[in-house]
Design a protein around this ligand. Structure first.
Ligand code: HEC
Ligand code: HEC
Length: 384
C-alpha cells in the first residue's frame, strides 16, 4: 500500500473530473457556491449533513473500533473530532466514484466488509459528495449551472438570479409532464428577462440525475445550436420551447448547464432603449406617473397590477419603481410607447375600449382615456 496506488488514484480523479466537467459540474463545484438553485420544491442537497445522518453511523459502528484513532489498529480515518475531516484527509478513501473509493471497495480484511445493506448507502453518498461538495478555493470558473432539482408535474419556475445577481428578476419556466413511463416532456419552455435587462443564453444543456446522483445529459443535446438573446421586458421560448428527456424515472432530478448566460443591456422588445433609458425622466415623473399610479383618479390603477400584486401583469410589462426608481420605470414604460406617433402607443391601445386589443386589466372610460392620453403624450413627446 505505497506511493504507486496513490498516483494511480490521482490520475483516475483527474480523468473523472474532466468527465463530470462536461456537465458543468467539476467535483467541488457544488454546495457552497452560489450556483445552486434553492427552489421551494427542491430541498437543498447537503452532502455534509447527509454524511453525518446516513454514513457516519455505519462507519463508526462497523469500522470505528479499529479506525477511530491515529496510531490505532488500522489507519485513523474516523479519528475525532470530526470523522468527515479525518476521512477526507486520507487520499482515495473517498474517491471520485464509489468504485475507486477505498472505504467502499476495501472488503473483508482484519475488519469486516460493508454489508449488502450498507454498500448502496455509502455508494450513493460518495456520488452525492462528488457533485455537491464545497468548492475548493482554487477551482477554475465552472460553467454556470442550476443545481439539480426534482421538477413538479405541471408548472415549474427556475430563478436565474441564483447564478448571478445581474440576472435578478429573470426566470426560465416550463410545464413538465411524464409521457409513458420514462419520458419527461418539458413544454412551454420560456425565458423571462427582467424589466430593464435582457439575457443572452447559449447552449443550455439539460441533465437528468438519478437518486444516486448519476448524471445523464440530454442524449441528443437538443439545444446545442441555441444562441439567443431575450430583450429586456420580454418572454421568449427557450430554443423551440420544448424538450423530451428519455430515460426519466419519477423522482429523478434535472438541472441546466449553460455554456453562456449573461445579462444583456439592449433594446426593449418594441423599440425603447434600455441602458440609456429615458431622455426625460423628469417629464415622465411629472406627467405620466400620476396617471399610472392611480393618483390622478383614473378608473384603472395601472400600477396596482403592473407594479406588483399581479405576477402575470408584471411579467408582461413592469411599472415597478414609478416613484422609488423612476428612471428604471421610465425605461420600462418607454418600451410601450411610440414617440414617432404617440397615439399609436401600445400603452394607449391596451386600455382603449375601441382599439380591438384585448387587455386583462380592463379598459378606461372614454373620458379617462382622454385625460390619460393627453397627460402621458406630453411625456412621450419629450422622448422624441
Ligand atoms: C477489527 C479491526 C478493523 C475493523 C473493525 C475495520 N478495519 Fe479496516 N483495517 C484494519 C487493519 C488492521 C488495517 C491495516 C491492514 C490492511 O490494510 O488490511 C485496516 C485497513 C483499512 C483500510 C486501509 C487500507 C486500504 O486498503 O486502503 C481501509 C480503507 C479500511 N481498513 C476500511 C475499513 C472499513 C470500511 C471498515 C468498516 C466497514 C473497517 N476497515 C473496519 C482493521 C480493521
Ligand atoms: C387588473 C390588473 C391590471 C390593471 C389595473 C392594468 N393592467 Fe395592463 N395588463 C394586465 C395584464 C394581466 C396584462 C398581460 C396580459 C394582457 O395583455 O392582457 C396587461 C398588459 C398590458 C399591456 C401590454 C403589455 C405587453 O407586454 O404587450 C399594456 C400596454 C398595459 N397592460 C397597459 C395598462 C395600462 C396603461 C393600465 C392603466 C391605465 C393598465 N394596463 C392597467 C393587467 C392590468
Amino acid at each position: 500500500m505505497g506511493r504507486p496506488t496513490f498516483l494511480a488514484l490521482a490520475s483516475v480523479l483527474t480523468l473523472s473530473a474532466g468527465c463530470l466537467g462536461s456537465y458543468g459540474l467539476q467535483p467541488g463545484d457544488g454546495g457552497a457556491k452560489d450556483g445552486g438553485v434553492t427552489m421551494d420544491l427542491a430541498p437543498a442537497v447537503d452532502p455534509t449533513a447527509d454524511y453525518h445522518a446516513k454514513v457516519e453511523p455505519i462507519l463508526t459502528t462497523a469500522c470505528g473500533g479499529c479506525h477511530n484513532q491515529m496510531g490505532g489498529v488500522g489507519i485513523g480515518f474516523l479519528a475525532p473530532p470530526d470523522t468527515l475531516t479525518s476521512l477526507l484527509s486520507f487520499p482515495g478513501l473517498v474517491g471520485p466514484t464509489p468504485d475507486v473509493s477505498r472505504i467502499y471497495v476495501k472488503g473483508t480484511h482484519e475488519g469486516p466488509a460493508l454489508t449488502a445493506d450498507q454498500k448502496p448507502i455509502v455508494a450513493a453518498w460518495i456520488s452525492e459528495w462528488n457533485v455537491f461538495k464545497p468548492a475548493p478555493m482554487d477551482a477554475g470558473a465552472p460553467k454556470p449551472y442550476i443545481k439539480p432539482f426534482v421538477p413538479v408535474m405541471g408548472a415549474n419556475s427556475v430563478d436565474l438570479s441564483v447564478l448571478d445577481s445581474t440576472l435578478a428578476g429573470m426566470t426560465i419556466t416550463f410545464t413538465a409532464q411524464l409521457v409513458g413511463t420514462s419520458t419527461l416532456e418539458l413544454t412551454q419552455l420560456m425565458v423571462h428577462s427582467a424589466p430593464t435587462m435582457g439575457v443572452h443564453i447559449a447552449h443550455p444543456l439539460f441533465v437528468t440525475w438519478d437518486a444516486q446522483y448519476n448524471p445523464t445529459p440530454d442524449p441528443v443535446d437538443s439545444f446545442s445550436n441555441d444562441d439567443q438573446t431575450v430583450n429586456a421586458n420580454d418572454t421568449q421560448p427557450l430554443g423551440p420551447g420544448q424538450l423530451f428527456l428519455q430515460g426519466y424515472a419519477t423522482g429523478d432530478m434535472i438541472n441546466i448547464v449553460f455554456t453562456t448566460i449573461e445579462a444583456k443591456m439592449g433594446t426593449l422588445g418594441d423599440g425603447g432603449v434600455v441602458g440609456s433609458g429615458c431622455k426625460n425622466v423628469g417629464s415622465f415623473t411629472m406627467n405620466a406617473v400620476p396617471q399610472l399610479n392611480g393618483s390622478s383618479g383614473l378608473g384603472l390603477n395601472c400600477a396596482s397590477c403592473h407594479a406588483g400584486g399581479n405576477q402575470s401583469a408584471t411579467t408582461a410589462f413592469s411599472m415597478v419603481g414609478l416613484t422609488s426608481a423612476p428612471a428604471m420605470a421610465c425605461a420600462s414604460v418607454r418600451g410601450e410607447v411610440s414617440p414617432t406617433s404617440p397615439s399609436m402607443s401600445t400603452l394607449f391601445k391596451n386600455v382603449d375600449a375601441n382599439s380591438g386589443v384585448a387587455h386583462q386589466g380592463g379598459k378606461l372610460s372614454a373620458g379617462d382615456l382622454t385625460t390619460f392620453t393627453n397627460a402621458v403624450t406630453i411625456w412621450i413627446n419629450a422622448e422624441k
